[in-house]
Design a protein around this ligand. Sequence first.
Ligand SMILES: [Zn+2]
Length: 406
Amino acid sequence: MRWIVSGTPIAIWGHGNEDEQRILADTQAIVQEQRDLFGGLPYEHYTFILHLATGYGGLEHRNSVTNLIDRWSFQPRKSYERFLELQSHEFFHVWNVKRIRPAPLGPFHYRSETYTRLLWAMEGVTSYYDRLLLVRAGLMSDQRYLETLADDIVTMQSTPGRALHSLEESSFDAWIKLYKADENTHNTSISYYLKGALAMLLLDLEIRQQTSGAYSFDDVLRYLCAHYPIDGPGIPEEGGYLAAIEAVAGEANGTFRRFFARSIAGTDELDYARGLGYVGLRLEWGYNQSGTEEQPPAWLGLQAREEHGKLKVSRVRSDGPAYIAGIYTNDELVALNGYRINEDRLNARLSEQRPGDTILLTLFRRDELLHVPVVLAAAPPDVLRLIPLDEPTTTQQRMYREWLGL
Ligand SMILES: [Zn+2]
């Protein structure tokens, strides 16, 4: 165990390719950025405890955090950024979760499951800010931030469960869904971390737009801090969060109320183009494989990986052709159109097909050999770039700079 002592001590257990001085300086920058956002540090002592081992995750406490990180994850830069995100995420919980919280989240009942419809506000808001504050602290470029944001949007839009499971339901069902994920979770559920962060992005941009830049989500956080003290009852489950936003930003002709009904209680698609348009960005979708808008690649809608020489289906998307044809997770794929396949051959043969073509998949389901015709579909776009408008207005440029603290 080594201690890197500064204003906020960091204790490190284990060794890898870490650079202690870098970790210290960057963590200091994170602490200062968040202190400035909330207008002070609400504790007397706080300690970062880092375990360099194998894995990734953190657990927040009121006056400390325990973070587990792979010992070799401090290089290259993209990998190091994930470490910084973890530091930022767990430290943000000093306020959001450990102080700003719905009533069921403290004092905890450690002996029973805790139910709340507001986990999206705890983990989604924190996930939105963990990376955004790295940009504001100068630890991540805005270009890199937009790349990661685009990747998150792709992941979200590749999750069929988004049409079935709202942020509120996903929060409430955490005990039976997110904590107990299975091969069908992506078809029936969403992550309140991922969708929560994207919804908060859009909500932040909406507040900025509706108030002509006078207010942002930062103000909502400060409002929540001031109105729901640590020894108080917490944010009311019913309408408490919306009320805080409207208290800060006004009702805006029901804009926020509608957003909550559609995107937090409901399962409407998130309108990324609207929110990102406010800051002068547009979305450009494309394909990983060669394909164009007129001629998208053929798509099977499943993932398969080789296990001990067998090509096993690991995931089937409920909005794809394999699902419609009745292919299951754990099916062992043997041949395509009568010829043996492995992972590479499956992808190579598929790339020669066109949407609308029928292929014959031969597979083992347990011991039974099956021949399954599948009509291939047009692949949904799976690559996204967030691109500045050619001629953004001065308002859009100003909003972009204010949003990212540039
Ligand atoms: Zn968290």
